[in-house]
Design a binder for this molecule. Structure first.
Ligand SMILES: [Fe+2]
Ligand SMILES: [Fe+2]
Length: 339
């Protein structure tokens, strides 16, 4: 998922700018055309007119989503060299590589809205742009690879499936492919957990310990509760967001509890219980102080993650320079041949 930051305060889209005076018939017609497309569930494409606030909201959401994919490579990248078998290493490598690919599709989708990739990356590296708080937690054991795939990618799917129907065409199309890959990520994580839970008592204990650490941060991944979610109403109206944070969270918990039971894992929430009346699981209070602390930069790994990204960006400078020189040479050659 990784789109929780769209609901955070301090990054508001602000009031929609007045496009023209009320008697400007052309402006009114453009707005009416846009509204009609949204109402009819038609896609908005890059060359279509769109309200500035809609464009800015999408830039913020898609770029934060892209950053989350790229920063999300770090917690798992930490374990590639320590995977316990060649098979597990190949799976983890492929998964982490997929996340890099997701970042690239999403940066490309955001670029269709008129922002440059350089600016988006600069905002990430300066700490100005947000990314999903889940990646600011450490990966302490091999079982964390299972928990991330099963739970973090599982939560991502829950959040991203509705985005395949997002009103902005390039974002919706990127999400279709991403969701297919996320489904493989979720399955490989669950299969890893299954192997640990069916293994030795030490392996089972390792799985439970990791699950205890990840459960609540994953439940928080869906973002602030609906009553504190400041952009939700507008993004729903624009057809960017389709299901509320709390509804998605409930869907995730309802789907995950039976999976945990199958693994024989205890859910670290004494208040969790099936509610016959609502047909859903009730769950305990979320520690929103922890959520805001991590979102605002004070999680266990915030500084480390950004530092690693900055180093990677600096170390990759020669690749970008070489690619530019190569592109210029190719263009010059084409010009010469055409002359
Ligand atoms: Fe991803
Ligand atoms: Fe993933």
């Amino acid at each position: 998922m990784y789109t929780q930051a769209m609901d955070l305060p301090g990054q508001g889209t602000g009031p929609q700018p007045v496009e023209a005076s009320a008697d400007d018939a052309a402006a009114l017609a453009r707005q009416a055309q846009f509204d009609a497309r949204i109402d009819h569930d038609h896609k908005i494409e890059p060359r279509d007119w769109m309200p500035e606030a809609y464009r800015r909201t999408l830039v913020r959401q898609i770029s934060q989503h892209a950053h989350s994919e790229v920063v999300g490579m770090l917690p798992e990248g930490n374990w590639i060299t320590r995977a316990p078998s060649l098979r597990r290493k190949a799976i983890l490598l492929a998964k982490v590589q997929d996340e890099g690919g997701h970042g690239l599709y999403l940066y490309s989708a955001a670029e269709t809205l008129g922002v440059s990739r350089d600016d988006m990356i600069a905002a990430l590296l300066s700490g100005k742009a947000k990314y999903s708080s889940i990646f600011n937690y450490p990966t302490l054991s091999w079982a964390d690879m299972g928990c991330i795939g099963w739970l973090v990618d599982g939560a991502a799917i829950m959040n991203q499936i509705p985005l395949c129907r997002c009103s902005y065409g390039p974002y919706a199309r990127a999400m279709i492919r991403i969701c297919k890959e996320e489904s493989f990520h979720q399955r490989q994580g669950y299969e890893l957990m299954l192997a640990l839970c069916n293994g030795t008592p030490e392996q089972k204990a390792m799985a439970q310990e990791a699950f205890d650490r990840w459960w609540w941060p994953v439940v928080m991944m869906f973002g602030p509760s609906d009553k504190d979610s400041i952009h939700s109403a507008q993004t729903m109206q624009w057809g960017i967001k389709r299901i509320s944070n709390d509804d998605l969270r409930q869907k995730f918990i309802d789907a995950t509890v039976p999976q945990a039971e199958l693994l024989g894992l205890q859910i670290p929430d004494p208040d969790l219980k099936w509610n016959e009346q609502t047909g859903h699981y009730d769950y305990g209070a979320i520690d929103w102080d922890e959520f805001w602390r991590v979102v605002n930069g004070d999680g266990p790994c915030n500084r480390e993650r950004l530092e690693t990204r900055r180093r990677a960006h600096e170390n990759g400078a020669w690749v970008r320079e070489a690619a530019l020189v190569y592109a210029r040479k190719q263009a010059a050659r084409r010009q010469r041949e055409a002359a």
